[in-house]
Design a protein around this ligand. Structure first.
Ligand SMILES: [Mg+2]
Length: 222
């Protein structure tokens, strides 16, 4: 008989975030309290030096994994490198807590920073694409609407609401009868002359050619 497993009401990782934040705050505060008699700038310098030390340990563990040093041989495992990488992460987060007065806010800041980096990476990708020549997709109205809807879903998964909206708007315009739309630097050009609207014409209700994924032509203008 199969064992029935109940899902916890809240994912464990989410439920533990506050605990992790509090642990990081305690770790940092403990170090600060232990060194409270020292010059504050010297203490901060030491916290930064500690971060550099952990980075060095990560490098040493990797070298020990590769066996590059003939005198030492294979002294570490990949797991040891991963453990040192976590030491780097925790030391950096604790340093942030120290600089923020040990108020337990580092994970909030981390979440914001990760989101910022993610969005900036996406914007860079868009910028790189803008620097390239225009891309043109040619195909039937149904194929291009399908393609734009797929791309809208992709942008949704990448949390880019603007491009998701533009792709959906483009699909709607094609559906309404436009023969060409542009989303960012990509032009979608309807090349089949028989697929004029109304919108139901491509939905399969009137004998329109079926949607074939990936059937449209992809053209790069030079
Ligand atoms: Mg270490």
């Amino acid at each position: 008989m199969l064992e029935q497993r109940q899902q916890p009401p809240v994912p464990a990782t989410v439920a533990r975030m506050d605990e992790i934040a509090e642990s990081l705050r305690r770790v940092s505060q403990r170090i600060d309290e232990h060194n409270a008699h020292r010059n504050p700038e010297a203490l901060t310098s030491a916290r930064i030096a500690k971060l550099a030390e952990e980075v060095g340990e990560t490098s040493a563990a990797w070298l020990g994994t590769t066996g590059m040093n003939p005198r030492k041989g294979y002294t570490h495992t990949r797991g040891a490198v991963k453990a040192e990488a976590l030491d780097v992460a925790v030391t950096a987060l604790a340093l942030w807590e120290h600089l923020d007065g040990n108020r337990g806010r580092v994970l909030n800041s981390l979440a914001e920073h990760v989101r910022y980096l993610d969005e900036r990476g996406l914007e860079s990708a868009i910028g790189a694409r803008e620097a390239r020549p225009d891309v043109r997709h040619e195909g039937s109205r149904a194929e291009l609407i399908e393609l734009l809807n797929q791309q809208a879903e992709g942008w949704h998964h990448l949390a880019n609401d603007r491009l998701q909206r533009e792709a959906l708007d483009g699909a709607a315009k094609l559906e309404a009868g436009d023969s060409s739309v542009q989303v960012e630097n990509t032009v979608y050009e309807v090349t089949d002359v028989d697929s004029t609207p109304p919108p139901t014409a491509w939905s399969g209700a009137s004998g329109e050619a079926p949607i074939t994924a990936g059937g449209c032509t992809h053209v790069v203008d030079r």
